[in-house]
Ligand binder design. Sequence first.
Ligand SMILES: NC(=O)c1ccc[n+]([C@@H]2O[C@H](COP(=O)([O-])OP(=O)(O)OC[C@H]3O[C@@H](n4cnc5c(N)ncnc54)[C@H](OP(=O)(O)O)[C@@H]3O)[C@@H](O)[C@H]2O)c1
Length: 208
Amino acid sequence: MVASIDGAAAVEGLSAGLSGAADKAMFAALRAQADVILVGAGTANAERYGRARRSGARIAVVSGSLSVDPDLPLFVTDAEPARAPLPLIVTTGSADAWCAARFEGRAELLRAGDEIVDLTAALAELGARGASVVLCEGGPALNASLLADDLVDEINLTHAPLAISAAAPRIADGPTTGAAESTSRAFALTQVVTHEGVLFVRWLRARS
Ligand SMILES: NC(=O)c1ccc[n+]([C@@H]2O[C@H](COP(=O)([O-])OP(=O)(O)OC[C@H]3O[C@@H](n4cnc5c(N)ncnc54)[C@H](OP(=O)(O)O)[C@@H]3O)[C@@H](O)[C@H]2O)c1
């Protein structure tokens, strides 16, 4: 994730205004470690996700209601070699059949949970399929759910040298529950790198 000095995770609905060459290099380096890249439907749609061709990782879009756009470059397979695995959509057992049919031949549906996506079950299934590193690229709503379910082992954050001031989501931004103690998670600082005026920080989950 990338955020401004004042905590904004998007500028006018996109992360592009926060990211520069150094962050893009870090983004690619992190992708190179991943077996699966997990992303929320909101981010896949807003950022017009395509395939992670250079890293070889499989992209999995979390979309309980199948609101993800089937015409994203991610799902357009004409230019792909036949052997490339289809992207995954992590959805529910009750996902609308007509919506599901729009992804026929474009994506493989992974059903986890009945009414809402069960992220714990989804990650267990990805692990059972051989994924040892799942990199979540956001967005804030998906991050908040993963943190609430205590499924985040590591956070890699780029601090962009910008203050945005305008209203924007934080890197994890879920519905207000009124029970902060049940969703706050402790992390330990493990790495700090600066490059070209950009600060990169790695945090590891501190589980007691
Ligand atoms: N600064 C950064 O590094 C960064 C990174 C990524 C994104 N962003 C920005 O963040 C914004 C998009 O983020 P967002 O928070 O609106 O959306 P998001 O987290 O990308 O996706 C949220 C969607 O994921 C699906 N979902 C299914 N189960 C979920 C669960 N248990 N918890 C949460 N989501 C679940 C839902 O879609 P269904 O309705 O289909 O079920 C939900 O609407 C964009 O502005 C993007 O540019 C910034």
